[in-house]
Design a protein around this ligand. Sequence first.
Ligand code: ADP
Length: 204
Amino acid sequence: MIKIIQGDITTLAVDAIVNAANQVMLGGGGVDGAIHRAAGPELYEACLKVPEVRPGVRCPTGEARITTGFKLPAKFVIHTVGPVYREITAPCGGSRPMGKRTRRAERVPRLHGEPEKLAACYRNSLALAMENGCKSIAFPCISTGIYGYPKEDAAEIAVREVEEFLAASTSAPCATVDEKNAEMDVIFCCFSTHDVAVYERLLK
Ligand code: ADP
């Protein structure tokens, strides 16, 4: 079941809340900072123990790691790293003088795998929740703060991935873990009324 909530994710008594972390996983701004403050210093200690896959990287972009929630009402924190949104414009086509047509061509966005990386955040977080027996999970709007992902585009990806996950887990034949999680509640925890409206539009 999918729900939309407006509020502070650190207050939710769910099995897992998802943190929009950074690769080093030692706290930061936005929701990451709020989660670390609410969970207490034990969360930092637990994150320190997550092995680095390369210097300064505990969780590569698109992947997810799990820790206890410590002082949070949530049992677990699933840390995932969303992509930084880097839309660039297409080259304007050599040294031709800038006319109306070239200016329009320049506005065509070129991404660097951000949609796939963001989708992977949702898929990997849900898979980790499932492996750990979670029946409820709350997501913030990953990448849409400091990382600059356009909110509507990010929400479309989030809704698509969650709906696909829930459809797959309810239709899976009698695999024990899937059965146990067939009724996972997925909450989109929006900080702003604008985010709520975006999700409501997509889910109606
Ligand atoms: P990112 O670096 O992935 O963009 P941010 O933390 O900057 O992460 O923002 C991600 C989203 O989390 C934004 O929509 C922001 O408004 C929201 N957010 C910030 N604090 C909280 C909180 N305490 N609870 C829920 N959402 C939050």
